[in-house]
Write a protein that binds this ligand. Structure first.
Ligand code: B12
Length: 215
């Protein structure tokens, strides 16, 4: 039977990273778009695990293995032309828009941030991904040092919201007003830009891409 995106979802849930990557490769060769695999495969797998792993029954190992499988699939989907770190901004002969990205202080979730990072790189943007648990002041400092066009903030933990709200003030205190701030991740997407003190709150990585393209 022909493989489908459902098979990616199943293998990610089962934590079978090698199978998930092999299926992703087969689907891509058949012309399936990476976006479809992300939306209907990777994201659906994580939503399923959210429902399954409740506060009472938090299956850490299962989530870690699924998380690894999801990250491997993302790496495979956006492997070509997406260097892990775009630190050589000044040597680029064709300057592109720059994004400084991080999962905010207090949060270690990184699957969604990685998806956004890969999506932006694969669409020609320069991304410095500062990783997880990033201090808001470091995010702003790196954005200023690199004269970035955008700061991207990811968070899945609601208690981090005060740190998210700090970013704009820190940037303005340094006189860095031109930068646009965009937030995403499950904890932030239920909120609005005014409350979070950002320019845009993205529902998905692709919504983030569309917003940035519209600027
Ligand atoms: C996998 C997972 C984990 C894994 C993370 C593995 C990893 N390497 O990232 C592990 C097991 C480590 C983990 C740990 C914890 N987790 Co957890 N985890 C999840 C789970 C099930 C899925 C998260 C995920 O990857 N989703 C899939 C991705 C693709 O979705 P996403 O991040 O939203 O990203 C999409 C968009 O939002 C967007 N996006 C994301 N970031 C950005 C940024 C920008 C700029 C843009 C434009 C777009 C964008 O792009 C993506 C694609 O469209 C969620 C449940 C859920 N529904 O989110 C709980 C969840 C987030 N975890 C939760 C909790 C509580 C924890 C722990 C605190 C548990 C504990 N007691 O230790 C710890 C975290 C400790 C810490 N300080 O951070 C809670 C958070 C509750 C809350 N609202 O505060 C959730 C919601 C589970 C629940 N229902 O209670 N977790």
């Amino acid at each position: 039977m022909a493989l489908t995106i459902q098979d990616i979802k199943k293998t990610i849930i089962a934590g079978e990273n090698e199978d998930a990557v092999a299926i992703a490769g087969t689907l891509i060769n058949r012309g399936v778009k990476p976006e479809e695999i992300i939306v209907h495969g990777v994201t659906k797998a994580m939503e399923y695990l959210d429902k399954k792993c409740t506060i009472r029954d938090f299956c850490l190992l299962e989530l870690m293995l699924a998380g690894r499988a999801a990250m491997d699939v993302i790496d495979c989907l956006y492997a070509e032309g997406t260097a892990k770190d775009d630190l050589l901004f000044d040597t680029d002969p064709y300057p592109r828009k720059k994004i400084i990205l991080g999962t905010i202080k207090g949060d270690i979730h990184e699957i969604g941030r990685n998806i956004f990072s890969m999506v932006m790189r694969s669409h020609g943007y320069q991304v410095i991904d500062m990783g997880k648990d990033v201090d808001p002041a470091d995010l702003v400092m790196t954005a200023m040092d690199n004269q970035a066009d955008f700061i991207g903030i990811s968070s899945l933990i609601t208690t981090t919201i005060p740190h998210v709200r700090e970013v704009r003030r820190l940037a303005e205190d340094k006189g860095f007003r031109a930068v646009k701030i965009i937030a995403g991740g499950a904890a932030l997407q239920q909120s609005n830009p005014e409350y979070l003190n950002v320019d845009h709150v993205a529902d998905t990585a692709f919504d983030g891409l569309h917003y940035i393209r519209s600027i």
